[in-house]
Design a protein around this ligand. Structure first.
Ligand code: NDP
Length: 302
């Protein structure tokens, strides 16, 4: 089966596979490059350890209303690991029996591992972000002032990671105050002595220090006519801009940052590193980052 084939739950009626099966579930899922990344990494791992030669990673289109039955049916069919993408990360959090303690404060899971009676949920997005900003911008979350834009699922993972890594301060901006206030309330017990400030991206935030790391965790930039998630010129000059969006490769935010000579990176590196961590959780083996990165870049035709 081609790594790009899109399966549906109907395909499980006749599903037969003797090896270890992994899948990503999303809706839509057609454009997911996770199968290409994982298949490349597994091929590389199989050269050292033949046990991985019968591991397979496929993608399923699962609408949100079908997620509960999808989780049950994939478990019954013997699937070993699942990745979850839009819109399932928060939905699955309340559907799995056991959650990795590190994912509890996030309230969302993107990686499930088979347990005898159900699934155990993990969240590898924060790890992916931390590795990605280190790799692409040479910035550590630990000790950094961070301006995080967004208050959805990805922003939740990023905010918890920043606090757990001991960032110096965290400034969270969002379009709607409702989602922002909910996130700020959820972070209250986690922040300890780290200052956490909220602001509306419609107003000029006061007190942000220069030299911060700016992270875009909104979907603004996915479409060419989207507005900037935050007008860069109202901020003191950041040390770097990380946009979680990787398709398109250059969002208006990244273009603006580069025109101001601010180091900037898109989100492909985060996608790669969250995938590496997921495969480490399933395989309990060392995962080749280079093979995954190369496959991701090839799949995006960069
Ligand atoms: P959610 O739908 O949970 O959250 C969307 C966020 O974007 C909210 O804060 C929303 O604000 C904001 N938003 C949406 N449209 C606009 C707009 N036009 N202007 C300003 N703000 C806007 O999505 P996720 O958190 O799951 O994903 C966010 C982004 O991160 C996506 O682009 C996704 O592709 C990317 N991502 C990348 C990953 C990677 O590995 N590189 C991993 C995970 C996500 P409001 O609350 O006001 O609605």
């Amino acid at each position: 089966m081609a790594t790009n084939a899109v399966l549906t739950l109907d395909d499980l009626d006749t599903w037969r596979f003797e090896g270890t099966c992994l899948a990503v579930l999303g809706h839509p899922i057609k454009h997911s490059i996770s199968p290409a990344m994982h298949t490349a990494a597994l091929a590389d791992m199989a050269r050292l350890d033949p046990r991985f030669s019968n591991w397979k990673y496929v993608k399923f289109d699962v609408p949100p209303e079908h997620l509960p039955q999808a989780l049950d049916r994939l478990h019954a069919k013997g699937f070993f690991g699942l990745n979850l993408t839009v819109p399932h990360k928060v939905l699955a959090f309340s559907r799995v029996g056991c959650i990795d303690p590190a994912a509890l404060p996030i309230g969302a899971v993107n990686t499930l591992r088979r347990e005898p009676l159900g699934w155990k949920g993990f969240n590898t997005d924060g790890y992916g972000l931390c590795m990605a900003v280190r790799e692409t911008l040479n910035i550590e979350l630990a000790g950094s002032h961070v301006i995080l834009v967004g208050a959805g699922g990805a922003a939740r993972g990023a905010a918890v990671e920043c606090l757990q890594k001991n960032c110096r301060s965290l400034w969270i901006g969002n379009r709607s105050t409702e989602n922002l206030d909910r996130l700020l309330a959820d972070l209250r017990g986690l922040s300890g002595s780290i200052p956490v400030h909220g602001f509306s991206t419609g107003s000029t935030p006061l007190g942000i220090p220069s030299g911060a790391l700016l992270i875009n965790a909104t979907s603004a930039g996915l479409r060419p006519d989207d507005p900037l998630p935050i007008p860069l010129t109202v901020l003191p000059k950041p040390a770097g801009v990380y946009d979680m969006i990787y398709n398109p490769a250059e969002t208006p935010l990244l273009r603006t940052a580069r025109s101001l000579q601010i180091p900037a990176s898109n989100g492909l590196s985060m996608l790669v590193h969250q995938g590496v961590r997921a495969l480490e959780i399933w395989s309990e083996a060392s995962v080749p980052v280079g093979a995954m990165r190369e496959a991701a870049m090839k799949a995006m035709a960069w």
